[in-house]
Design a protein around this ligand. Structure first.
Ligand SMILES: Cc1cc2nc3c(=O)[nH]c(=O)nc-3n(C[C@H](O)[C@H](O)[C@H](O)COP(=O)(O)O)c2cc1C
Length: 142
């Protein structure tokens, strides 16, 4: 089982709830997951992990959160190449464009997206919660 870092940014708690569910899924699959708010993680720490679950809501105009998460993601990007990665995040009024762009960018960086990204409209409902747990299982087993 790969050592997985679950790294997220959340302004109002929805993506944080998703991150905790992803972590639950990793544990349920017998994996080893560690949870980090984006502000508490760095590229240096990332070098000790073999897989990544990254979470960020849609902010700006269908963008990643610009002050903390995006700079961290840009630092992490070179380290994602060839590694199992899953993405998740909450959104409001959009159609998920930010996640499509993000997934494409990850793939261009060489990340191995091992499951479809999981999005939740606002707080994760029952279906989105189950999808977050399944995402955790997928990355733990990758
Ligand atoms: C400044 C700001 C910009 C946002 N921009 C978008 C957007 O472009 N598209 C969208 O679907 N939701 C947008 N939202 C809504 C958030 O993605 C949504 O409230 C989400 O649930 C927040 O997740 P969090 O609780 O993890 O912070 C925006 C919210 C804020 C505060």
């Amino acid at each position: 089982m790969k050592k997985t870092a679950v790294v997220y940014w959340s302004g109002t708690g929805n993506t944080e709830t998703m991150a905790n569910l992803v972590l639950e899924g990793i544990s349920a699959a017998g994996g080893q997951g560690s949870l980090f708010p984006a502000g508490d993680f760095s590229a240096e720490q990332a070098k000790t992990f073999e897989a990544f679950a990254l979470g960020c809501p849609s902010m700006g105009t269908e963008q990643l959160e610009e002050s903390e998460f995006e700079p961290l993601y840009e630092e992490l990007k070179p380290l994602l190449s060839g590694k199992p990665v899953v993405l998740f995040g909450s959104y409001g009024w959009g159609d998920g464009e930010w996640m499509r762009n993000w997934a494409e960018d990850c793939e261009s960086a060489g990340a191995n997206l091992v499951a479809e990204p999981v999005t939740a409209n606002g707080a994760p409902d029952t279906d989105a919660s189950e999808a977050c747990k399944a995402l955790g299982q997928a990355v733990a087993k990758a």
